[in-house]
Design a protein around this ligand. Structure first.
Ligand SMILES: Cc1cc2nc3c(=O)[nH]c(=O)nc-3n(C[C@H](O)[C@H](O)[C@H](O)COP(=O)(O)O)c2cc1C
Length: 277
């Protein structure tokens, strides 16, 4: 069992005594889906690589990447010491290297001596970068935040390159390949603002029509009572991207209770609930 898995395991066992079952915690962790990065550093103990699935792009401008590391990791110490690190997103043909980087520590092993890793010098930081990855990003540490038993280390990207021919490793109940893109049919979504209102007020309706091709389309919108009787309706047009918004005044003379806004296009239909007081 790798130390990270072991750590989770021990942690779960302790918690179990108090209020949660080990099985439910383990299963809860396994519902998340992530990619994985090789985090590279070059501290006073030399160059190193570790695997980190908790690696996220957390801001576009500036381009920020946050990695979440256990404080006992050699990488954690090296990042705080040098205030920089490399993020190298793991591709599906690097799965053996990923396991190796994640199951052993620089505390005991010089992982980068293995021929599993082909490195090249970074342009703006001292840490080596790993070849064969989807994204190589050179980061300067700008913030560190303790989060439970891990530290969020946020780096600003000062240099990056991408290889779009590579496919990522996906972690979800084990390591997986990226699957097929979800094909969207004709689908509708609609919501109202506010949810609760008085008769005679004007209701704001916002919706989205998803269709395989872009283009403006006519959508029929109605306000109906619980028996399906229409109390008001309107035709509206989507923009090219399928979004629509309109306002419909409610009649003064309708009673309080539950109503629905129904949007229709072709065979697709969506509803949103409203409450008249
Ligand atoms: C697939 C995978 C993902 C991992 N993700 C993380 C992570 O996000 N954060 C973390 O602290 N450890 C993570 N680990 C565990 C570390 O990679 C592991 O503890 C490693 O030995 C640390 O190396 P170092 O001490 O040389 O820095 C992961 C391990 C694996 C196998």
């Amino acid at each position: 069992m790798c130390s990270w898995t072991l750590r989770r395991y021990v942690f779960e066992e302790l918690r179990d005594d108090f209020y949660m079952s080990t099985t439910s915690l383990t299963e809860a962790y396994r519902q998340f889906t992530t990619g994985v990065a090789f985090i590279t550093t070059h501290g006073r103990r030399g160059p190193n690589v570790m695997a980190a699935e908790w690696t996220f792009n957390v801001s576009y401008d500036p381009f920020l990447i946050s990695v979440h590391l256990g404080p006992s990791k050699a990488t954690h110490a090296a990042i705080l010491e040098t205030r920089e690190f490399g993020v190298n997103m793991v591709s599906e043909d690097q799965i053996t290297a990923m396991g190796f980087a994640g199951h052993f520590s620089k505390h005991n092993v010089d992982k980068l001596s293995s021929d599993l890793f082909e490195t090249y010098p970074a342009k703006r930081i001292r840490a080596p970068m790993i070849r064969g990855c989807l994204l190589n990003a050179e980061c300067r540490l700008i913030q560190q935040i303790t989060m439970g038993d891990h530290t969020s280390l946020v780096g600003e990207v000062v240099e990056f390159s991408i290889d779009s021919s590579k496919s990522p490793v996906i972690l979800h109940k084990g390591a997986r390949r990226l699957g097929a893109r979800i094909e969207r049919g004709v689908e509708l979504a609609v919501a109202v603002t506010p949810i609760t209102m008085a008769p005679g007020s004007t209701i704001s309706i916002t919706g989205e029509l998803t269709a395989p091709e872009r283009g403006a389309r006519d959508v029929y919108v109605a306000i109906v009572d619980t028996k399906g009787g229409e109390v008001s309706h309107a035709d509206t047009k989507t923009g090219n991207r399928g979004y629509f918004s309109l306002k419909i005044p409610l009649p003064q003379d309708i009673g309080p209770g539950a109503y629905a806004v129904v949007a229709r296009y072709g065979g697709a239909q969506a509803t949103a609930r409203i409450q008249l007081e």
